[in-house]
Design a protein around this ligand. Structure first.
Ligand SMILES: *Cc1c(COP(=O)(O)O)cnc(C)c1O
Length: 403
């Protein structure tokens, strides 16, 4: 939902702290948190017009809330879309997108390197309702093109991916989608609008997990879709009303305030990730580092073009080992020796988080799906926070230096 604003001429940095619904009669400087599930209507006729969608105005908490609207306006301003719609989580946003745009018999093309729950939702859960899907290489445009069918309605990509940080060409995929009469959606969780604005490269829909960098301090679950006002109103609002994947006002408020520092955090965490990636790449116990900011990254040039010349705050690395069993044992050892860093599967926090994708985020996948996605047993993901870089290195050294 959007409300009319006078903010059109302002820069992104300004919008990140200023875009919100109007102040209440009390003139609060920090945006108000409206905790209410119902709204008193001025007249019966106004209530009828609002429920019919003929008049702007809040009617019921499942349909909308001023604090949620503020969060939506701010995120839309950052992504450069007309509108946005908040959801209870990032996965709720993907569910809403699929329910709003697809029906039985339609076909979706995704990268097989996408977030584990996304693969599960689109590949398995939606298949029960007759939605077909193909999973292709993140980086091979020919595979995307070849997967397109007459009934393809949506291409959906995530870039960089979790946890291997593979980068796809947003502009090229938008062209493939549009030539096929399909829409192109991008999961922009990892780069965030601070580094990457996919709409400017041709994407139609941006999906977010507000749980990650938008909040940025690991406090609440949230999600959102950013798109044209028409798509939000015609396709997604009806799903929100009947499906109820509504973003809670408190969570919206936390994300709203978190976005004020998004740009600063992303730049600081990215700088720290770059230092850590370069250090890991030289460490004798590390076989390989996956990070878009390294010249050794297979899509380094593309990543730098798409991501404002920065690599993002997530990296992963493979420990040196012989075979899956020793790989897993060594990865576990590195994580168990840590005394400060958080052993946690979330990302986008100010606290650096270390995880073992093969047994956590990608644990629900079959071994074949995991191998297709390139997630080995020795892979460790690091979502870099704001700690002093040498302190992070010292904590990883405890395990890495024992091999
Ligand atoms: C976390 C995440 C999601 C899902 O978001 P939730 O808020 O956990 O539901 C989707 N995509 C990516 C890339 C993520 O990191």
């Amino acid at each position: 939902m959007t409300a009319k604003t006078r903010l059109d001429d302002l820069h992104i940095e300004t919008l990140a702290v200023r875009a919100a619904v109007e102040r209440s009669q009390y003139g609060e400087n920090s945006e108000a948190l409206y905790l209410t599930s119902g709204y008193v209507q001025p007249t019966a006729a106004a209530a009828a017009a609002r429920f019919a969608g003929d008049e702007e105005g809040y009617t019921y908490g499942r349909y909308g809330n001023p604090t949620v609207s503020s969060m939506e306006m701010r995120l839309a301003a950052l992504e450069g879309t007309e509108a946005a719609m908040g959801t209870a989580s990032g996965m709720a946003a993907i569910l809403m997108m699929c329910m709003g745009l697809l029906k039985a018999g339609d076909h979706v093309v995704c990268s097989r390197s996408m977030f584990g729950s996304t693969i599960k939702l689109i590949g398995s859960d939606l298949a029960k309702f007759g939605v077909e899907s193909s999973f292709v290489s993140q980086t091979d445009l020919n595979e995307w093109q070849a997967a397109v069918r007459p009934n393809t309605r949506l291409l959906f990509a995530e870039t960089p991916t979790n946890p291997l940080t593979e980068v796809c060409d947003i502009q090229a995929l938008a062209d493939i989608a549009h030539n096929a009469g399909a829409l192109f959606a991008v999961d922009n969780c990892f780069a965030t609008p601070a580094l990457q604005r996919p709409v400017a490269m041709g994407a139609d829909i941006i999906m977010h997990s507000g749980t990650k960098y938008l909040d940025g301090q690991g406090r609440v679950m949230a999600g959102a879709l950013c798109a044209s006002q028409e798509m939000i109103t015609e396709k997604f609002l009806p799903v929100l009303k009947s499906g109820g994947m509504t973003l809670a006002p408190f969570n919206a408020w936390v994300v709203l305030k978190g976005m004020e520092t998004l740009d600063l955090r992303m730049r600081a965490q990215t700088a720290r990730a770059q230092i850590l990636a370069e250090w890991l790449e030289k460490h004798p116990a590390v076989a390989r580092v996956h990070y878009p900011g390294l010249a050794s990254h297979p899509q380094h040039d593309l990543a730098m073009r798409q991501m404002s010349g920065l690599g993002g705050a997530v990296l992963s690395f493979d420990v040196k080992a012989e075979g899956p069993e020793q790989s897993r044992q060594r990865a576990f050892h590195v994580m168990d020796q840590m005394q400060m860093l958080s052993l946690a599967t979330n990302l986008g926090d100010t606290k650096t988080m270390v995880a073992h994708p093969a047994s956590t985020s990608h644990g629900r996948l079959t071994e074949a799906q995991r191998q297709a996605a390139g997630i080995g047993q020795g892979l460790i993901r690091v979502a870099v926070g704001l700690e002093y870089p040498q302190d992070v290195q010292a904590d990883l050294t405890r395990g890495l230096d024992t091999f």
